[in-house]
Structure formats: C-alpha cells, structure tokens
Design a protein around this ligand. Structure first.
Ligand SMILES: Cc1cc2nc3c(=O)[nH]c(=O)nc-3n(C[C@H](O)[C@H](O)[C@H](O)COP(=O)(O)OP(=O)(O)OC[C@H]3O[C@@H](n4cnc5c(N)ncnc54)[C@H](O)[C@@H]3O)c2cc1C
Length: 420
C-alpha cells in the first residue's frame, strides 16, 4: 500500500471520527514527514481533489483538538529536515499559532462575530431573498461548478484544501455577495478542524478586514492552474473585491496571565475538545478524578454537523483513555450544555475546591467555561486554566501582522528547547 493510500479508510474517506486518536495522528505525521520539506513548499498550493492529498499533511483536525501538539509536529519535521528546507511547513503551523494568539489579544472580534451571526440568522428568517441565495450556496446550487463541488466536498468529507478555502470564501463574499459571517459559520459547522481563530480570521483576511483594505480575489486562471484543470470558472467570478468595512475592533488587550496550581491542592481535571493531551500538561500532581465534557451546541446558531461532533467526542474519549493509563483513576465523559451544574456536582462529590483544565483559547468552549466559572465561584470552586509553554512563548508576538511572529520563529523554537 502506498503512503498516500494508507491515509484513506475503507470508506474512501480521508478523515473519520473513528480516527480521532493520538496514535492515529502520530502515524499520519510519521507518514507525512518525508514530504514536509521542499516537496511541501513546491506542491502545497495545488488542490488535486479529495483523493489526492499527499502534498499536504491533513493533520489539522488532530492539531486543532491538540491530540497532537504544534511543537511535536514541528520537532518531528525538524528531525527530518533543516529549518530552511521545512521553512514553509513550519510557517504554516505558525499561521495557526498567529491566529490563536491574535484572537487572544482581541476577544472582542470573536464576540462581535458571534453577535453578527445571531443577527444574520434572524435576517435569514425574515428576508426571503437573502435566504434563497444563502440556501442555494449551502445546498451546492450556486450554479458555479467549483463552488458547488467544494460545498459537497466540505459537507461530505469535513475537509477542504487551503487554496479551495480561500477561493470558496472569496467567491462567497465577492461573487455571491453573501455575508462573510454566514460563510464562516457554515465552515465552522462542517470542518473537522473548525477553529474559532483560524476560521474567523481567515474569512476576515479574505474579506479585507484582517489586513485592512487588502482583499483576496479568486481568479478563474488561478483556480484552473492549481486544480490542474479540474475547474475553470471563466466568466463566472467577480472581477473585483472591494473590502468590507466595519467599525475598528479596538486595540489589543493583554492576555490573561498564566495560572499556577499549588502543590498538594486536590483537584478535578477537566478535559475538553480544546486540548486533548491533558496528560502532557504541567500539573503539580495527580487529579482526584478526570471529567471529559463536550458540548451539544443546542444554543449555537448553527451547531456542528454530526460527524464533526463525533470527531470531537472521540478526541476527548481518547484523551480520557490516556489519563486512565497515566493516573489510574476514574474518568467520565459527558456531552452537555449545562456545564456549571455538572462541574459543581462533580467537584462537590469529590470534595474538591479546584477544577484544573488546559487553557481555553477564545471560542465557544471558552465562552461556556466563562459562564460556568462565575457560577462556580459563588460556590467557592475556582477554575485554574494551565497554559502551555508554546502559547506562553509565541502569543506575545502575535499582536500585529504574521510577519512579526514569523521573524521570531527561531527565537520561539530556542525558548521552547530551553524550557524542556
Ligand atoms: C477561509 C479559511 C478558513 C479556514 N478555517 C480553518 C479552520 O477552521 N481550522 C484550521 O485549522 N485551519 C483553517 N484554515 C487554514 C488552512 O486552510 C488549514 O489549516 C489547512 O488547509 C489544513 O490542512 P492541512 O492540515 O493539510 O495543512 P498543512 O498545509 O499540512 O499545514 C500544516 C498545519 O499548519 C496549520 N495551517 C496550515 N495552513 C494554515 C493557515 N493558512 N492558517 C492557519 N493554520 C494553518 C494547520 O494546523 C495545518 O494542519 C482556513 C483557511 C481559510 C482560507
């Protein structure tokens, strides 16, 4: 079996919820390593179709849930290639780091996006013209071949190539003239790697909101070239991309300082879809018990698709299995939106006053924990969020454009070496 064929399941799918495990991610990374150097830099921009993904790693769903950590991926790649040969791949991983760090400094951009999605959902209910155009797009009836093919691919496979995501977002905004927030929400619901920072900020980048005034225009010739002729939407795409305007989101704020736990303090360990490597967190001892919680998303404007939810649930299950092996204590997995009651009940049953979890970056899960935290505090239960060294070192460089962080990549990697 070829290295490429190995990554596909019997159903012909590249990513399935059953594969949401750390061993599977490590295997996929290992198979990809030989191609992470110059081969990646030379070929990564081509979208050869859903059955030809050997030019990219397709590791994003595992990285997104931290079944595998960014620094582990980078370490493994730099074990095979020099930094100059793997420069492009390492930079791409740092794009994720950049978006995560940038949004941490501007949580108001996420809050505004969530409010706008809610408003647009109401608009869809009352504005039949908008609703019809939106439904045509998400039901693969836009009339633009490539767009409809990517819509079907996204819904079926939960993955799109980076270039296809850029073209899709550009056509959505500038040709179909649909609100970018609805497109971002559609992606977030269907991508296995759907991530509040990478997704929202990439859509904003295409729309000309991230780098103010600089938009991304999808062109038929570029699509034809990088899909190797699978698509060529000549005459179907807008020839202009005027930036979307919005009120200034304001200055960056300081990221909440890292929290520490006193040695000997008994605690409940909380595992969520934001970080499925809790056994690699820096903890002062073993927890009294481990609780995995995922969200049903009943209160979200557009909940995640069934397969995306399954991937998230399996990711947390896999993490709990590793906690069992490491700590030898009971663990439990719950899917609920009533976090405050669940966390309070478990803490009180155990007689602990502290719940420890990996730091939750800006997004729906952090919003849910924040709500629960204020209610838990009233019962004398505190939540400690432990931040990873990688984020502590990299995020301070993610306040402006990507290039400020890019310059610091060697420094960040050196700092991480000195902390291990
Ligand atoms: C409109 C739009 C929406 C996007 N939404 C998401 C999202 O919800 N979640 C997400 O993880 N990525 C998102 N991306 C970024 C990128 O498309 C994916 O990370 C990448 O395609 C994943 O495939 P891969 O693992 O094969 O990447 P590779 O090319 O193999 O790159 C390795 C890793 O680097 C990171 N990475 C690569 N490119 C980018 C990028 N441009 N931005 C941020 N991180 C990157 C990912 O973690 C990826 O797994 C989006 C991009 C666009 C244009």
């Amino acid at each position: 079996m070829s290295a490429l064929a190995e990554t596909y399941t019997d159903s012909g799918k590249l990513i399935t919820p059953e594969n949401a495990t750390r061993p599977y991610a490590l295997g996929r990374l290992k198979r990809f390593l030989p191609r992470a150097g110059r081969a990646y830099a030379d070929t990564r921009n081509s979208d050869l179709g859903p059955h030809q993904r050997s030019n990219v790693s397709t590791l994003s769903p595992w990285i997104r849930h931290r079944l595998i950590l960014e620094e582990e991926v980078i370490d493994a790649v730099l074990g095979h290639h020099s930094l100059s040969a793997a420069d492009k791949f390492v930079q791409e991983v740092f794009w994720r780091t950049y978006f995560k760090g940038w949004l941490e400094h501007r949580p108001q951009v996420w809050q505004r996006y969530c409010a706008e999605v809610h408003g647009l959902m109401d608009a869809l209910a009352s504005n039949s013209e908008l609703r019809q155009r939106y439904e045509a797009a998400i039901e693969a009836r836009s009339g633009i071949d490539c767009m409809d093919a990517w819509t079907r691919e996204l819904i079926e496979t939960g993955y799109l190539h980076n270039h296809a995501r850029m073209w899709f977002a550009s056509i959505w905004i500038f040709t179909l003239k649909l609100p970018w927030q609805l497109g971002a929400q559609f992606f977030l619901s269907h991508l296995f790697d759907g991530d509040p920072a990478s997704n929202t900020l990439s859509w904003r980048w295409v729309a000309g909101l991230h780098t103010k005034g600089k938009t991304y225009l999808a062109r038929a010739s570029n699509i034809e070239k990088f899909t190797e002729g699978r698509f060529n939407p000549v005459g179907q795409l807008s020839g202009t991309a005027r930036p979307i305007m919005e009120a200034d989101p304001g200055l960056p704020i300081a990221v909440h300082p890292a929290e520490r736990l006193e040695a000997g303090e008994p605690f409940l360990l909380l595992v969520t879809t934001e970080d499925c490597s809790p056994e690699q967190l820096s903890l002062p001892g073993a927890p009294e018990a481990v609780l995995g919680v995922t969200t049903a998303g009943s209160d979200l404007p557009m909940p995640a698709s069934a397969q995306v939810r399954q991937f998230a649930v399996h990711s947390v299950e896999d993490a709990l299995g590793r906690c069992d092996a490491q700590f030898g204590i009971p663990s439990e997995l719950r899917e609920t939106d009533a976090w405050a009651d669940l966390l309070k009940d478990r803490a009180q049953e155990l007689g602990v006053k502290t719940i420890v979890t990996a730091y939750m970056p800006v997004g729906h899960v952090a919003d849910r924990l924040k709500q629960a935290t204020s209610s838990l505090e009233k019962d004398g239960i505190r939540v400690v969020q432990v931040r990873r060294d990688y984020d502590i070192v990299a995020w301070p460089h993610a306040t402006k454009g990507f290039f400020a962080l890019r310059k610091k990549i060697p420094h960040v990697l050196d700092m991480l070496k000195s902390t291990t």
